[in-house]
Design a protein around this ligand. Sequence first.
Ligand code: NOJ
Length: 749
Amino acid sequence: MKYIVFVLFLFATCQLQAAERTAFIDDLMSKMTLEEKIGQLNLPSVGFDVTGPILSEGVEKKIEQGHVGGVFNTFTPNAVRKLQELAVTKSRLKIPLLFGYDVIHGHKTIFPIPLGMAATWDIDLIERTARAAAREASADGLNWTFSPMVDIARDPRWGRVAEGAGEDPFLGSRIAEAMVRGYQGTDLSKNDTILACVKHFALYGASEAGRDYNTTDMSRLRMYSEYLPPYKAAVDAGARTVMTSFNEIDGMPATGNRWLLTDLLRNEWGFTGLVVTDYTAILEMVNHGVGDGPKVSELAINAGTDMDMVSEFFVKYLPELVKSGKVDEKTVDAACRRILEAKYDLGLFEDPFRYVSEERAKKEIRSADKLELAKEAALKSFVLLKNDKNVLPLDASKKIAFIGPLVDDKRNLIGSWSGAGDWKQAVSIREALEAKFGKDKFLFAKGCNLIEKGDPLYERLSKADDNLKKEGLRTDLLVEAIKTAEKADVVVVVLGETYDMSGEAASYSHIELPKNQSTLLRALSKEKPTVLVLMSGRPQNLNIDNSVVAGVLETWFGGHRAGDAIVETLFGDSNPSGKLTMSFPHGAGQIPVYYNHKNTGRPLDENQKYTTKFLDIPNEPLYPFGFGLSYTTFSYGDVKLSDSKLKRGDKLTASVEVSNTGSREGTETVQLYLRDVVGSITRPVKELKGFQRITLKPGEKKTVSFEINEEMLKFYNAELKFVAEPGIFKVFFGGNSRDVKEATFELTP
Ligand code: NOJ
């Protein structure tokens, strides 16, 4: 009874608050001119970072005129205060501005890149990093982050795989929800919670050939089952804003796609927040070829876009479009209302300077707890891909040489989209080694430049990368490195991409180490047992390099604390537990390769010619989804089911006993996959449906259980209805998607 009264009370309070908000906004909008309403839809970029042409001029004047709803790329209390003051003292209606920024993997304390964060499979940790980023960003004047990016990506040529959670819709959805919770908290009006923005809606990760901004095209069935779930999960978790993607869908750019933004997002999913475009996405619709400036603005607003990032087309064309009747003023009103609602919920009308505080900034930015969290995240993100003869962890009493252009590097450690993060604050591997063991303990050599002059990568990247410009000059590095390796018992080679080889506008067809780096690796591995410490923003083609090294530790771009986390892992103070969230292919020719594929009518049979295969490489990737070794070993018992039949609406329990069979404590991510063996349409060979991270001491065993219910068996059928069909299901348990134990049960009618 008490509970019912409480729920009714909560409901009544929410209704009251909603009514207050509506009344406030009604009143405000009744005073607004059409131009002022359109002004709210304008989001120019002012300040530090740009990802395209800078189009906005005289923004300060425009703010005073009420022609700006928010700005992005402006942060720090000082800079934000200056613009906010203009808005709330000089503009006629004194409407405060939104301040947005790309807080992607931390604001000023940088965590591992999102692909690395995903490899932790630690949802609580991911939420804590988003929370920490929100605390830091909100203290620095920001109230809106353009994150999480939840685009499913199966093509490692696409540089932006670095910014997402990888190939799986289930894991991607859990991560999307956690990030929304972390940024927005439970009360947006608090001074340390900010708006999340789910991006890039939609299907941006499926660009053809992995070339950024390229066309996408896919069936509705694939969209609903494989690509849309993480966006929907983020919306269901309460994300207040959504960003449109650059790509087209069914021949219409997302920003002008009414089916996407209105039918699906608003009507089907019930999204009530605001939709912002990506950078100049309205203007780019002209290049896409769907109209001139006025036409694309009309398409965008009528499709359901609320806010125009950088193009300034809404401000330019909407007044006339409304006058001519091509756009209903009610449509502008609705967009304006959604932006004002966001401002209201942030508490900006109550206090426009809620997010501006030098004092909080001093306390929050790069605070000790955040730097500690950055280390925890880095440690958990590393994936041990290979460890022949237990070459790792290293024995510090041996002579060890650390060779490679990334041993003594800081710039690349924090990765792409490290926003406001200062790379000079990163701990390099060499610094961490020297701090732990003293200056003279190890041998060091650079070995090679990051990318050699003459490599096409160099020509393109060095234009914008000052560090790289200084590279490519020394030629005597290889000889020096070989001499250094000769003196060592073990060689650790730290190689990989530069931070700008992945991320936006960084598609890469070879997905392998730059040539000079693999030449170095091969030369060194002839000398001594070699461990490759890899830094990359994408799955790499390790096929050849792998055959010459004894160990491979993938460390992504690990953020500010990458250096000390790598050293702790290499020497065994920490046991790696990361698991891949994107398959590592045998080579670019195998792309796309992902674990949850269909069976085909001719599954591989080595005894038959006419079955699905490559002539030169296996069908399976080099390292599958979910894969990652540990310094200890785990074994899985048989799959136990509480029943062999499941009635609709009922549930059963699936469990497995996992044992630590090695000699160290370690953490394993136990993964549950299901397969619907026969369906009214074809079903994937496996789909992730659950996971649990468990830590076991040597010799320890633990039974890990999952509930299986009808909901988990549902899929989108040919009519796009989300249904579970009776029949046989397989249950798989394993430490990766390939090496699994299985059992079956039946869903009865
Ligand atoms: C373009 C990127 O696609 C998007 O992710 C980012 O949020 C905007 N630029 C703003 O910087």
